[in-house]
Write a protein that binds this ligand. Structure first.
Ligand SMILES: C[S@@+](CC[C@H](N)C(=O)[O-])C[C@H]1O[C@@H](n2cnc3c(N)ncnc32)[C@H](O)[C@@H]1O
Length: 395
């Protein structure tokens, strides 16, 4: 078919130093132990389910980068609580805090990875970080490497790094250290919160191939005290933000994270913290759904069989006709034979185009425009899978 030749191919799985307490009342609400018992797992316990591994923006920090980050951190001998709110298997958190006696907390959405993390960190919550509550100003170290994706909903389409940073930075105590791993351009999204709430920021580019592919950077920062924030002048904040916006576009000019740290961040001590999950227990619901009469009724609407039209067209189809039919999903099905035998499925996806303009006063305006594009998923008889979309390229 024509569309097979016109698209490029990618396999699914290939996928410097800046400047020298209010708080979320929700975050400090009393905790509900019942919710916690249901969803969270203490070290060594078995999570309710080990489902197939979901990607969910999973791009683990390369081990070498984690070791380099470790060399930047100086821990005290006293009790210290550290958290990775998007922990994956927990390996990055363990490596970044290796050799010291700390209490490691982790949050991870994917059940499989959460279970893995439960084997090596002290406490894991399997669930959505945005449904987790933690007392503000309680943690010594926050290691944040948020999923690489966009939150897409009817009214909002905000960068994950900003949403995760805004949700979790308050949990750090004043003087606590933030280790933020994001694609370099994500700095622009986080500029406000970083400029206002963090001092002594240092930014490096990650150089391992998996990291440079996504132009990842690491930012170290120390959370300001309330007093330090109050002393900040508007122009200081503006200058720090502008600098972050410039750095967001200068990945290749940033210094690479060195093997031996060229500065140290002192991680302050802290007592134990209590993380509470207030979200929906998804696994439990999944088990209960088949016995729910309401769900059976709704299922008829939610999972209505696709409308299928069959028959022979009166005249041969032109290329344009085929294009319209494929992109509207009406030619989904099985094609080819021999090694080319494959299942093809089209869908519409929402994409966001981002434009940045900087005027003569160094003020950067960021515009985002949403539109729909097409995406084709292919599964070949030999097990090869592929997603062809605008971002696809030869692998
Ligand atoms: C980029 S990976 C980072 C993994 C690990 N921290 C590391 O550095 O290797 C992001 C992780 O966040 C998880 N994740 C995605 N959305 C999440 C959410 N809403 N709450 C908690 N974890 C989430 C993904 O499943 C994935 O494992």
């Amino acid at each position: 078919m024509g569309y097979e030749r016109s698209v490029s191919f990618i396999t699914v799985e290939t996928l410097g130093v800046l400047d020298q307490e209010e708080e979320d009342s929700e975050g400090s609400r009393p905790h509900s132990p019942a919710g916690k018992e249901r969803i969270s797992a203490q070290k060594g316990t078995h999570l309710p389910r080990s489902i197939a591994r979901q990607k969910l923006g999973y791009y683990p920090l390369p081990a070498r980068e984690a070791e380099r980050i470790r060399s930047f951190l100086a821990f005290s001998q006293q009790d210290t609580s550290v958290l990775d709110p998007c922990a994956g298997t927990g390996a990055a958190l363990v490596s970044i805090t290796s050799g010291v006696r700390v209490v490691r907390y982790a949050i991870e959405l994917d059940a499989f990875r959460a279970e893995e993390a439960g084997k090596i960190v002290d406490q894991v919550i399997q669930g959505n970080c945005f449904d987790v509550h933690c007392a503000v100003e309680s943690l010594s170290l926050l290691v944040l490497n948020p999923p690489y994706d966009h939150e897409v909903s009817e009214n909002r389409n905000a960068r994950m790094e900003r949403l995760f940073t805004e949700h979790t930075y308050r949990w750090l105590k004043p003087g606590g250290v933030l280790v933020l791993v994001i694609p370099g351009d994500g700095l622009a999204e986080c500029a406000e919160v970083l400029a206002v709430h963090f001092r002594d920021k240092a930014i490096y580019r990650l150089s391992e191939p998996e990291s440079s592919q996504y132009k990842q950077i690491v930012l170290f920062g120390v959370r300001r005290t309330r007093r330090e924030r109050e002393q900040l002048k508007d122009r200081d904040v503006q200058r720090a933000k502008s600098r972050l916006l410039v750095l967001a576009r200068s990945y290749s000019e940033l210094p690479a994270l060195p093997d031996e740290a060229d500065r140290q961040f002192a991680v302050p001590p802290s007592g134990p913290v209590q993380l509470i999950y207030r979200g929906v227990p998804l696994d439990e619901l999944e088990d209960l759904l088949p016995t729910s009469a309401a769900y059976r009724q709704a299922g008829r609407i939610l999972f209505a069989p696709e409308v299928r039209s069959t028959g022979r067209p009166l005249t041969p189809l032109h290329g344009g006709h085929v294009g319209l039919l494929t992109t509207s999903g009406l030619l989904n099905g099985i094609f080819g034979d021999g090694p080319d035998l494959h299942v093809a499925r089209w869908e519409s996806v929402k994409v966001t185009d981002r434009f940045e303009e900087t005027d003569e006063n160094e003020v950067t305006t960021i515009r985002e425009r949403e539109r729909f594009a097409q995406c084709l998923t292919l599964v070949y008889a030999d097990g090869t899978t592929a997603i062809l979309d605008e971002g696809s390229r030869q692998s």
